[in-house]
Design a protein around this ligand. Structure first.
Ligand code: HEM
Length: 284
């Protein structure tokens, strides 16, 4: 669709890929592709939008959320549930059915995976493309690298430009030694991923440089804090990295590929992260 015209909007390309990959994991595979992407876009867009501080605006946003969730359920989730009841597959919806989840519980899971896995990967692919279309040396290093080097470069870009900027945690027990006073149990804290990821004590020297060897030097996987950590750490981190790596290996090798219009950077308070919009890529 995109390359036949010689140019395309990068967020459309990356979102389509992210929807297909997470859709396969969930088992949302029984509906038409373009319609599914449009419906998922509408439901997720409504769920991460913020209403103005008026009753009418709040009502309108809630109305949009309910309607788009209903449409998504009817055209995409319901057919998938029906198909998996007849013939289970190796996907999440089949597992939810085996475990007796209700329709409501299944749609909540689908929306959680949608915002956690589709929206994040959409931005990640755009950010990595931007970095590498701007920097010829980095792009050459990426294209010439083996899988390990390619993944290391992607993780370094994510370290500097984390999609999720903070995670929230509640203390189970009092913690001593972090500040003058003991931090009491039950207290909630924001963990600032962007700052942790550039802390020399954690990531080593020259924290603002992209260094594919950093993970080895620091004896880390290279994900640092970009995907969170602990029991609620991101379960899809390897999926996100691999799909991005495979896509970029082909995309960046297209002859004459270039960024015709750089993205606008928008801050989204609802997801505590950035969104990159209106980037146009073109090729000869
Ligand atoms: C570059 C892409 C991605 C980034 C930056 C990202 C980042 C994160 C972060 C920071 C968290 C919170 C972790 C915490 O609280 O410690 C998270 C949670 C989560 N992620 Fe990802 N993620 C990405 C892709 C994905 C993908 C592809 C999937 C699904 C296949 C996914 C599924 C989830 C789920 C389900 C959670 C909630 C886990 C829980 O609360 O137990 N993510 N992600």
């Amino acid at each position: 669709m995109v390359l036949t015209l010689g140019k395309g909007q990068l967020e459309d390309i990356s979102f389509q890929l992210a929807v297909e990959v997470v859709g396969e994991i969930l088992g949302i595979t029984e509906s038409d592709q373009q319609g599914k992407i449009r419906r998922i876009y509408n439901v997720l867009n409504a769920s991460i939008s913020k209403a103005k501080n008026t009753l009418l605006s709040k009502f309108w946003l809630n109305f949009r959320r309910v309607v788009h969730t209903g449409i998504f359920f009817w055209y995409d989730v319901r057919p998938a549930i029906k198909a998996r009841k007849l013939q289970p597959k190796d996907d999440a919806i089949s597992t939810y059915l085996q475990e007796g989840y209700s329709n409501t519980a299944i749609i909540i899971e689908c929306l959680t995976y949608g915002s956690a896995g589709m929206l994040t990967t959409r931005e990640f692919i755009i950010m990595c493309s931007w970095y590498m279309l701007e920097d010829e040396n980095l792009r050459a290093q990426f294209l010439a690298g083996d899988d390990k080097t390619q993944l290391a470069i992607l993780m370094e870009i994510l370290r500097l430009e984390p999609i999720a900027n903070k995670v929230l945690r509640k203390l189970d027990e009092p913690v001593e030694g972090l500040s003058e006073q003991t931090l009491p149990a039950g207290e909630k804290y924001d963990i600032d991923i962007r700052n942790i990821n550039i802390d020399e004590n954690f990531v080593g020297e020259c924290p603002f440089a992209i260094d594919p060897e950093r993970a080895t030097k620091q004896k880390d996987t290279g994900r640092f804090y970009s995907f969170g950590d602990g029991p609620h750490g991101c379960p899809g981190w390897q999926v996100a990295l691999h799909e991005t790596r495979i896509f970029l290996t082909h995309f960046l090798a297209v002859p004459g590929i270039r960024m015709e219009r750089e993205p606008d950077i928008i801050w989204n308070d609802m997801v505590h992260g950035y969104e990159l919009r209106n980037a146009i890529v073109a090729c000869d």
